[in-house]
Design a binder for this molecule. Structure first.
Ligand code: SF4
Length: 420
C-alpha cells in the first residue's frame, strides 16, 4: 500500500491472517450479464463448478453463459492431453453456441490448471476461430485473486485489444467498471447534458466493442478494484481522472464534477445539470437516514468498495464507523474517499478473520458488512449483516440509485427491529 496523507493520519492495521473471501471466478456473475455475447469457460475443478453454482443461486438474475471444463487427474496423462481436452471442449462449445462473440478461458487454482498455459491455449483457439470469435484468457484463481479482482483480471485481458486512437481524434471519456445497463443509460444522459459527448463504457454490452484509447482518453473509474486495468490504460497513455466513486449523492456529485472539470465544462453549467439531480436524490434518501443515523457499522475486508461505502454511510447517513477493512488499498484510486473519512477511524488492510470478528463483536456494532461466510455467526451474536457481494451485483451507482444504496443498509436494521 502506498499510504496517502489522510491515510497516514488514520490508524491502520495490517492483517495477514486467515482469509474468508470468494475467489475471482465470482466476477463472472456480473461480467457475463454485462457482456451479452461473452462466454466464460472456467478451466478448473469440481470445486470451481460448485462455487459457480452456489454463486449463481445467490444471484437470481444469472443466466448460464459460463461453464466449467473440469480438468482433473484423469486428464493428466500429460499436458498435451489436457490441451487436447481443452481444445475439444472449447470447439464443441463454439460450434454449439453461435451467439458467442468472445470466449474467455478462465484459469483457477488446481495445480493441473496452473501447469496449463491458458494464454497459449487462448492464442491457439483464437487463431483457429479467427473468423468466428475472439478467445482470451485470464486468471480467476483464488491464489491470485479475491472476488472483485476477477473483474480487474478480465478487463486487463481486454485492454491490449483496444484500438489506438488517432492523434486527430477528439478527447473521449472512458468509464471503467461493470455497471448495470440501466445505470449506464442514466450516466450517458447526464454526461450528454453536461456536454461530454464522446463517452464509452468499459466493459460494454458486447465484449469486443472496445473504445479507441490514446493520450486524449480520460479514464473515470466506476469501481475501485480495477488497479491493474487502470495501470494498463495509463501505459497506453490514457489519463486517470481521480475522483470519489459514484456512491450516494455526494460521491456521485464529486464523480460527475471530476469528469466535467477534465473536459473544461463551466462550473455554472455543471451545477445547472447536477444540482437538481442531487436535490431529488437527497430527498429520496431521507427516510433511510432516520434509520441509520448514529448506528455503528463495521466493515470486514471483502470487495475493496469498503472505504467508498464507509464514506457514504458516514457522510450521508451519519453512521458511526468503527473499523473499515479493505482487502487491499490502492491509494491513488482511493485518495478522494480517504480524504472524506474522519481521521480518527481505524482502517485495516488485509484479513485476519478471527481477530476481526473479535473486534467487531467487542465494538457491539449494529451492522456488519461482511462476506457470506461470516453473516450467520454475526447474526447469532445479535449483529445485523449486509453481504458485501450484494453491493457488487446490485445497481447502486449514481444519483438515481442513492436511495436504493441506503436501503441496502437500512433494511437489515429495520428487519431486526421488527423481530425484536
Ligand atoms: Fe476454489 Fe480456486 Fe476454483 Fe476458486 S478457482 S473455486 S478458489 S479451486
Amino acid at each position: 500500500m502506498n499510504a496517502p496523507d489522510q491515510g497516514m493520519r488514520m490508524h491502520w492495521l495490517r492483517e495477514r491472517g486467515q482469509h474468508e473471501v470468494f475467489c475471482g471466478l465470482t466476477g463472472i456473475m456480473w461480467l457475463h450479464r454485462k457482456m451479452q455475447d461473452a462466454f466464460f469457460l472456467i478451466v478448473g475443478s469440481r470445486t470451481c463448478a460448485h462455487l459457480m453454482q452456489s454463486a449463481a443461486g445467490v444471484m437470481i438474475f444469472a443466466e448460464p453463459r459460463f461453464a466449467t471444463a473440469i480438468i482433473e487427474e484423469r486428464d493428466l496423462a500429460g499436458l498435451a492431453d489436457a490441451h487436447e481436452e481443452l481444445d475439444r471442449v472449447a470447439t464443441a462449445l463454439i460450434e454449439r453456441r453461435p451467439d458467442i462473440g468472445l470466449l474467455f478461458l478462465v484459469g483457477s487454482c488446481p495445480s493441473e490448471v496452473i501447469k496449463l498455459d491458458l494464454s497459449r491455449a487462448a492464442q491457439r483457439l483464437d487463431q483457429r476461430f479467427a473468423k468466428r470469435l475472439r478467445v482470451l484468457a485470464y486468471s480467476g484463481s483464488g491464489i491470485e485473486t479475491s472476488f472483485t479482482q476477477g473483474e480487474d483480471a478480465c478487463l486487463a485481458a481486454l485492454v491490449p485489444q483496444m484500438p489506438q486512437a488517432k492523434p486527430s481524434d477528439p478527447p473521449n471519456l472512458l468509464v471503467v467498471g461493470t455497471l448495470a445497463d440501466v445505470v449506464e443509460d442514466q450516466m450517458r444522459r447526464h454526461f450528454k447534458a453536461l456536454g461530454i459527448v464522446r463517452v464509452d463504457f468499459f466493459p460494454g454490452r458486447r465484449g469486443m466493442d472496445l473504445a479507441a484509447i490514446g493520450p486524449q482518453t480520460r479514464v473515470l473509474l466506476a469501481q475501485p478494484f480495477l488497479g491493474e486495468t487502470l495501470r494498463l490504460l495509463q501505459a497506453r497513455a490514457a489519463k486517470h481522472v481521480p475522483a470519489s466513486f459514484p456512491l450516494g449523492v455526494e460521491g456521485s456529485l464529486a464523480w460527475y464534477e471530476a469528469a466535467a472539470q477534465a473536459f473544461d465544462i463551466p462550473k455554472a453549467h455543471q451545477q445547472s445539470v447536477l444540482l437538481p439531480l442531487a436535490d431529488r436524490a437527497r430527498l429520496a434518501m431521507q427516510k433511510h437516514r432516520q434509520t441509520l443515523r448514529g448506528k455503528k457499522v463495521f466493515f470486514f475486508p471483502d470487495s475493496q468498495l469498503e472505504p467508498a461505502l464507509a464514506r457514504f454511510l458516514y457522510q450521508e447517513m451519519e453512521m458511526q464507523l468503527t473499523e473499515v477493512g479493505t482487502p487491499y488499498l490502492h491509494a491513488a484510486i482511493m485518495q478522494a474517499e480517504l480524504d472524506a473519512l474522519p481521521a480518527d477511524i481505524c482502517m485495516s488492510e488485509g484479513q485476519d478473520v478471527d481477530r476481526q470478528l473479535d473486534r467487531c463483536i467487542a465494538a457491539a456494532v449494529d451492522l456488519a458488512v461482511c462476506g457470506l461466510g461470516l453473516a450467520n455467526p454475526l447474526e447469532a451474536k445479535g449483529i445485523s449483516t449486509k453481504w458485501s457481494i450484494e453491493l457488487v451485483f446490485t445497481p447502486i451507482q449514481g444519483f438515481e440509485q442513492s436511495a436504493d444504496l441506503a436501503a441496502l443498509f437500512s433494511r437489515p436494521l429495520q428487519r431486526r427491529e421488527r423481530l425484536s
